[in-house]
Design a protein around this ligand. Sequence first.
Ligand code: 5GP
Length: 210
Amino acid sequence: MLGRFIIISSPSGGGKGTLIKEVRGIMPELGYSVSYTTRSQRFGEEDGREYHFVTRDEFQDLIDEGEFLEYAEVHGNLYGTSMRASEKVFQTGKDLIVEVDVQGAVQIMEKLRGECISIFILPPSFEVLKARLTARATEDQAELETRLRNSFDEVMQYSRFKYVVVNQELPAATRQIASIIIAERQLLDRQSDHIQGILDSFDACKHQYR
Ligand code: 5GP
């Protein structure tokens, strides 16, 4: 059975980066692909770890080369998911968790005709989102305002997703995301090969009990 896309989206400051780190900590079998971005590198970020940091020209070259599964302009910067890196993860049979904005999420959902696990992370309130964004202090005032302004439209996109997790407490939200992934793996049609193997073992012994 092929691996699946697990799409995580939220407004900026919704906590998805931290949540993904926590989920990957308890589910190390999940694959991850590092996105490309034209935004400037923040203090503490490493090129190739949080993002591949590129110029607009380099990003445009990557678009022209068909490198992106999806890309979007978010808060004035370009972000894109690498097709090649995603395929590499799927070749190993792993599920792939991607952190994308709502536009990117919709592009992936349309390409896969809904064949993915889409999870929207909601902050518990606007006040909490603002407090978290302000406290992390990674943006200047103008950028902070842009992100807060964009959050009003972003939260309204929740209904495009299959699951919603409210990120009130990190441990609870982490468990909820992990539970969704585990439950999706137990879906009957995700297990048909495995089930068939079990049924075959019954079939092979049936004649002994006739
Ligand atoms: P940040 O600048 O805070 O790291 O990210 C800003 C926004 O870009 C977040 O909503 C984040 O989820 C989104 N983002 C990060 N990587 C990608 C990507 O590869 N594609 C898209 N469409 N959005 C991304």
